[in-house]
Design a protein. Structure first.
Lengths: 110, 113
């Protein structure tokens, strides 16, 4: 298996633009997690899905953030409109028991 | 609310030393606990997973223990090497409410050659 796949790996955008981050989990995993990592706040859980259904989105910072999982092999995290304070590394992870992380998307909002 | 703490925040040791990293959690109702390694600019790599019914897990030079009653886990690294230099994070999967992971802030380890 190729592991958890995320795209893009790097994204630079201007304030106010829409950003879409993509994730392909490991086949057979029934949980998918979206995290954000910054120096100030560490690793924060944004939202997670179980069998494609959002279970806990209490970590989503505000309405500008949304996440979908239309099928078992694909998820998106969208930020609209983006702001400079959204700059961070965004990780996707999947699990059955052991959690496996993707390489992350480094987002810079100017 | 579950809180996870890792002490120390940073640690430097000479090569060859055995060392222990600590992870504390406030709510003993956990499903499992996982230790990760993160290299600079990289994602997290899973090292060991301990189920709530287990006391320890071993992989090579790594040994992780779990004491739910005291809310503690330790990661023991034997005969440390410069290649072990990284940030080590523990994560607790809760059973209260939703089955989400709560991460500690990590211990940044530097092994000196």
């Amino acid at each position: 298996d190729a592991g958890v796949i995320q795209s893009p790996r790097h994204e630079v955008t201007e304030m106010g633009q829409e950003v879409t981050l993509r994730c392909k989990p490991i086949s057979g995993h029934d949980y998918l997690f979206w995290y954000r990592q910054t120096m100030m706040r560490g690793l924060e859980l944004l939202i997670y899905f179980n069998n494609n259904v959002p279970i806990d989105d209490s970590g989503m910072p505000e309405d500008r953030f949304s996440a979908k999982m239309p099928n078992a092999s694909f998820s998106t995290l969208k930020i609209q409109p983006s702001e400079p304070r959204d700059s961070a590394v965004y990780f996707c992870a999947s699990s059955r028991d052991t959690q496996y992380f993707g390489p992350g998307t480094r987002l810079t909002v100017l | 609310k579950q809180e996870v703490t890792q002490i120390p925040a940073a640690l430097s040791v000479p090569e060859g030393e055995n060392l222990v990293l600590n992870c504390s959690f406030t709510d003993s109702a956990i499903y499992n606990l996982q230790w990760f390694r993160q290299d600079p600019g990289k994602g997290l790599t899973s090292l060991l997973l301990i189920q709530s019914s287990q006391r320890e897990q071993t992989s090579g030079r790594l040994n992780a223990s779990l004491d739910k009653s005291s809310g503690r886990s330790t990661l023991y690294i034997a005969a440390s090497q410069p290649g072990d230099s990284a940030t080590y994070l523990c994560a607790v999967r809760t059973t209260s409410g939703t089955y989400k992971y709560i991460f500690g802030t990590g211990t940044r380890l530097k092994v000196l050659a």
